[in-house]
Design a protein around this ligand. Structure first.
Ligand code: NAD
Length: 369
């Protein structure tokens, strides 16, 4: 299997966690005899400093020529005074738009070993396994007009969708719900927003084409409460860009830490893979960031861009094993555990690498019998 991966480590903890994700991809390539090649380019704050723009042309060209893009995170406090179009985050929005992926998949599941980390009671999160399908190229983040008029003291953004943008992302959600538990809430604010009324009507029209999936509709405010009260009731959740950004971060409380959440953006010319968390300037450079979200993102890359489902499952099993064995980065040490020594970013990566070696070795030995 040949795969050309572009690495965009970005800012803050981006390079620290991405290094560990690349390590597991190399392990899979070595053990499986795959030909994975890795190129690296700049994006975000590092690109602003070196190239004067958050998304240099060389980065965009390399991304469009790759089979998959693995991104760390962008952003930093030193750029906070810049206008939105000059900030590191502008590079992220621009690359998302250029690659064309419109469906952002964000799984959030409760690891039994991390139950103590959640502020929710273990019996509430036990068995929770949610897949958010967030529309990524429309809504408030891209809609025009948008402006902050400093003279008049007004600012405005535009939440805009057309029917075909809703149809294409809704199809992804219906198709992903079908082999799972076949429950699909579509989340909107149709009691107030016209754009949500269009969203709801369009998703409802599609539903008869997927008779095995049970569609229902929830208002985003109610949904945010139900997610915390009864997370187990959710399977696949379909929603628009802003609501999906907020609800999927909220669901970090189910997994125990924002550092645990992976994501994949599919549907465009090249798929884009990035952990859900940001550049975490408060802990950058300390070697304490949790790399498991980035490592689970690498698993999604193998699943959605390489068709290597068994290897994706092996990475997920390796993460479960190191957690079951009691290893914790600082963000995962909570409650009565805070006196234990935290596992560093690199140590955690090495532990997953070891577990992955064992799991793949065992699988290959079984196949050889
Ligand atoms: P953040 O996700 O960077 O951090 C929020 C909190 O979670 C912080 O306390 C941080 O230390 C912690 N955290 C995040 N990831 C962690 C990890 N892997 N291990 C341990 N702890 C972790 O969000 P923020 O503080 O709101 O934003 C910081 C910067 O990142 C901003 O410039 C923001 O715009 C940017 N951002 C970028 C992305 C992206 O690149 N996809 C996403 C969100 C935020």
């Amino acid at each position: 299997m040949k795969l050309k991966v572009l690495i965009l480590a970005g800012d803050g903890i981006g390079p620290e966690v991405t290094q560990e994700a690349v390590r597991v991809l190399k392990t899979v390539a070595d053990l499986g005899g795959h030909d994975f090649s890795f190129d690296e380019k700049r994006i975000g704050g590092v690109a602003i400093k070196a190239d004067g723009t958050p998304l240099p042309k060389a980065t965009l060209d390399a991304a469009l020529e790759s089979d998959a893009v693995l991104l760390g995170a962008v952003g930093g406090n030193e750029f906070n005074s810049l206008t939105p179009d000059k900030r590191p985050e502008a590079g992220l929005l621009a690359i998302r738009q250029a690659l064309g992926g419109f469906a952002n998949l964000r799984p959030a599941f409760a690891h039994p070993a991390l139950a103590i980390n959640s502020p929710l009671r273990p019996e509430v999160i036990d068995g929770a396994d949610i897949l958010f399908v967030r529309e990524l190229l429309g809504g408030l983040y891209f809609g025009k007009p948008r402006e902050w008029n400093r003279e008049t003291g007004e600012a405005w953004n535009t939440m805009r969708y057309n029917r075909s943008e809703v149809v294409r992302v809704a199809r992804v959600a219906f198709e992903l719900a079908s082999p799972r538990r076949r429950k699909l809430p579509s989340v909107d604010k149709a009691n107030v927003l016209e754009v949500s009324q269009l969203w709801r009507a369009t998703v409802t029209e599609l539903a008869p084409q997927y008779p095995d999936v049970t569609l229902d509709h929830q208002y985003v405010d109610a949904c945010s409460m139900h997610l915390m009260n009864t997370p187990r009731n959710f399977d696949v959740v379909l929603t628009e860009n802003l609501f999906g950004d907020i609800l999927s971060d909220e669901s970090a409380v189910i997994t125990g830490s924002l550092g645990m959440l992976p994501s994949a953006t599919i549907g465009g010319a090249v798929n884009l893979y990035e952990p859900v968390h940001g550049s975490a300037p408060d802990i950058a450079g300390k070697g304490i960031a949790n790399p498991l979200g980035a490592i689970l993102t690498a698993a999604m890359l193998l699943r959605h861009s390489a068709g290597l489902e068994q290897d994706a499952l092996a990475i997920e099993a390796s993460v479960r094993k190191v957690l079951d064995d009691g290893h914790r980065t600082a963000d995962l040490l909570r409650g009565g555990e805070t006196k234990r020594k935290a596992t560093s970013t690199q140590e955690m990566g090495a532990l997953v690498h070891e577990a992955l070696n064992e799991i793949i070795d065992r699988r290959q030995a079984m196949h050889a019998v």
